[in-house]
Design a protein around this ligand. Structure first.
Ligand SMILES: Cc1cc2nc3c(=O)[nH]c(=O)nc-3n(C[C@H](O)[C@H](O)[C@H](O)COP(=O)(O)OP(=O)(O)OC[C@H]3O[C@@H](n4cnc5c(N)ncnc54)[C@H](O)[C@@H]3O)c2cc1C
Ligand code: SF4
Length: 511
């Protein structure tokens, strides 16, 4: 039995990762398989079951964290899996991919290391699959109503699963040749095994959700057809319109958007081809952009055998401690080391990969990892064949982010990956918006009201399409919430028993 004082006796222990030299030679998950299970019960027992669990409020899904921590600490894995699935359709997605704002809100984190909530979540989900507790939940009766969901990322999938289980007939229309959205073609295999996605898709299909791939709604397939075919339509098309870098030389061969590169690398893992057309193998690679997408490019480039890798971040390096304006329980911007950054650091230290060329960057031994902060890209230079050969960068002025005069230097490069974030749903001129009467907000996302309704009657907007590029946990939470609003819209009483974990105006916990 857990003891309420366990947090004083048991230190935080991280989920072990596979050794860097081993894991960069394959595409399998970075976590050591099954290694979390021996430690996770002790880790769960560090939970203090606080009066006000800020972890629960920090989680957009409202996951019942203290409840399942307590159940795991008592080795009641089956009940823990029940409680976890009560609020989260896909806990293995979040357990492996979420940046865990819950851990930033953990009360123990005020003066000690927070509970390893994310690892506990992943361990419960893994155990539930291993024990065959995850079964299709086929609705007892059908409502006679049908819903078309456009887009099969985590928002579309969560929405479809909730609505199918509520008895509606749901068809998911996906533009790509495979289902999964960014879980399929954005996020690399080493962060989450695609089998986790595939087995969930099997579960959804067994429950009755129908998938139609190769359907560009608003393009080849008129969205008006969907309005006539279904009683409601949910737009969950994501926000993958990539931001550009308008500098001289952008048009040179070898300068690519990150998603072009990551999609190809993911397609190799899917078996579509042996070698991607864009590969980092043997190349000097510069990744521009310091976020998740940039880190995914880094891990991919290292696995493809890049000769050198540098990641430029225009923002200054954050501190290792919270800034005063980001106190507990806010998910603060602090210097984090993702597994890909850890790989870069170790390979550079061991001389297996160069961190760029020392001519224009800090000396190798001064680089804590392959990231260079406060770095503004000024221009690219190419050779006679029109291929990128070098990049000029300068220190970025704090605040304005403009290049500081007198700090410019040039580094060699033959592959540039732009990972500058996303501005909203792709291609506003695409027929989808016009055919469904959708309007763009000032940030470029699709506008919706407090009940996720946007555009023509019966049209709803969920996930990144309405929120802007965000996180898997928000996408799942929005998918669940939008499903409740659709269910209420279709119900003769106008009410739904489905949960609404978030409303469109909700934002991460902050000041
Ligand atoms: C490289 C990368 C790495 C990331 N890593 C993480 C991470 O580690 N952790 C995390 O929490 N979040 C991460 N994110 C963010 C996360 O993936 C997204 O927030 C999440 O996938 C959004 O889900 P969604 O369902 O709204 O949209 P998406 O996942 O973008 O899915 C939208 C789907 O709609 C389809 N579609 C678009 N237009 C049409 C159309 N007209 N007709 C039919 N279908 C259409 C698309 O093909 C796509 O399949 C990452 C994002 C990127 C780009
Ligand atoms: S989904 Fe994310 S925020 Fe919620 S409990 Fe899991 S790791 Fe924490």
């Amino acid at each position: 039995m857990p003891d309420i004082w366990d947090f004083l006796r048991t230190p935080r222990q991280e989920w072990p990762l596979r050794p860097v030299p081993e894991r960069v030679r394959d595409w399998r998950e970075v976590h050591a398989p099954g290694r979390s299970l021996p430690i996770v019960q002790d880790q769960a027992s560090r939970c203090m079951d606080c009066g006000i669990p800020f972890c629960h409020h920090a989680c957009p899904l409202g996951n019942l964290i203290p409840e399942w921590n307590g159940l795991v600490a008592r080795a009641d894995w089956r009940e823990a899996a029940e409680r976890l699935h009560a609020t989260n359709n896909f806990p293995e997605f979040t357990g492996f991919l979420c940046p865990a704002p819950c851990e930033s809100g953990c009360v123990l984190g005020i003066d000690d290391a927070p509970v390893t909530i994310k690892a506990v979540e992943a361990a419960i989900a893994s155990r539930a699959w291993e024990e065959d507790w995850v079964r299709p939940q086929v609705p007892e009766r059908l409502s006679g109503k049908s819903v078309g969901v456009i887009g099969s990322g985590p928002a579309g999938l969560a929405c479809a699963q909730q609505l199918t289980r509520a008895g509606h007939t749901v068809v998911v229309y996906e533009r790509d040749d495979r289902v999964g959205g960014l879980l399929r073609y954005g996020i690399p295999e080493f962060k989450m095994d695609k089998d986790y996605l595939n087995r969930r898709l099997d579960q959804l299909a067994a429950e009755g959700t129908v998938f139609r791939t190769g359907m560009d709604v608003g393009g080849e397939l008129d969205a008006g057809t969907l309005l006539r075919r279904h009683d409601a339509v949910v737009v969950a098309v994501g926000a993958t319109a990539a931001r550009e870098l308008p500098v001289s030389g952008r048009e040179l061969a070898g300068v690519h958007q990150a998603m072009e590169y990551l999609t190809q690398a993911n397609r190799v893992q899917e078996g579509d081809y042996d070698r991607p057309a864009i590969s980092a193998e043997g190349h000097h690679v510069v990744i521009i952009g310091g976020g998740d997408t940039g880190a995914d490019c880094l891990g991919t480039a290292l696995r493809q055998g890049a000769a050198s890798v540098v990641q430029l971040d225009i923002k200054p390096q954050p501190g290792v401690q919270r800034a005063d304006d980001e106190p507990w329980p806010v998910h603060a911007r602090v210097h984090r080391m993702s597994p890909a950054h850890q790989e870069g650091q170790e390979l550079v230290r061991d001389g297996a990969v160069l961190a760029g060329d020392s001519s224009g960057l800090p000396p190798q031994d001064a680089l804590r990892d392959v990231r260079v902060f406060s770095a503004a890209t000024v221009r690219f230079q190419g050779d006679a064949a029109g291929r990128v050969r070098s990049l000029s960068l300068a220190d970025a002025e704090t605040g304005t982010r403009r290049p500081l005069p007198g700090t410019e230097r040039t580094i060699p490069v033959d592959l540039v990956l732009l990972a500058l974030g996303f501005s909203g749903p792709e291609n506003p001129e695409h027929g989808l918006a016009e055919q469904l009467g959708l309007r763009a907000t000032a940030t470029g996302a699709f506008a919706r009201d407090a009940r996720y309704a946007g555009g023509r009657p019966g049209v709803f907007v969920a996930g990144d399409a309405g929120r802007g590029q965000s996180l898997v946990v928000w996408a799942v939470a929005e998918g669940r919430a939008a499903a409740a609003c659709v269910d209420a819209y279709l119900s003769p009483t106008g009410v739904s028993a489905l949960p609404v974990p978030v409303v469109p105006r909700d934002r991460p916990m902050g000041l």
